[in-house]
Design a protein around this ligand. Sequence first.
Ligand code: SF4
Ligand code: FES
Length: 252
Amino acid sequence: MTKTLIIDGQTIPFEEGQTIMEAATVAGVYIPHLCHHEGFTPHGSCKLCTVKVNGRACTSCTFPAAEGQEVVNNSKALNDDRRKITQMLFVEGNHLCPGCEKSGNCTLQAVGYHLNMLDNHFPHFYAKRAVDSSHPDVMIDHNRCIFCTLCARASQEKDGKDVFAISGRGITKQLIVNSPSGLLKDSELDVTDAAAHICPTGAILIKRTGYQIPIGERLYDHHTIDEISFAVSGSRPSTALPPSVAVESEKD
Ligand code: SF4
Ligand code: FES
């Protein structure tokens, strides 16, 4: 017999071993997330996907689906918290969308739109972290890193390498590159690696591709974050979506 759980009053089926996030995505229920990406080991660090399961707060990307769970996802209280988390991410780094090449293709920005984030609310930290442009094809602007670890997981789980890691805690946390010099040019990273293309913000960028897709013709100029999330997970057909998303979906 099919096992089911309830999300916001809607009964949805799940398979043994699925997380709440996975079951929800297959059923077409969008749960906001940043550090989760279909096909990679869940990390549970951004907390954006927090839902209430039988009254208890849990990260849906890591919490196993179970028979009879009553899950609250799309509530004002949870979305208010998600907006605050997103605002904190914006002020902690330099996410200045109008001057960022990733604008329009940025998951962080699209999540901000989804959560109706109209300002940053908190004072800016004005981060002054290094920009590593030493690699011939890929650059890192550390000021835009939200420490989601997707590049580290992609490097290990898809590329069979170990190029990235997160070091430190709290305000001293930083993305580090595994190379003798600590610079990208001395690492194993290749421009074709999944790790070079997975970043949900403008922290990792491919050189000589800037503004090849004009503003106004980019992913989130025409698609909502939930639509793209379903396409990337493969739970909805991606034929109407741009080739970059279809390719990302196939990679998973
Ligand atoms: S560089 Fe991008 S993918 Fe890597 S941890 Fe930072 S935000 Fe995530
Ligand atoms: S998406 Fe679940 S904690 Fe980040």
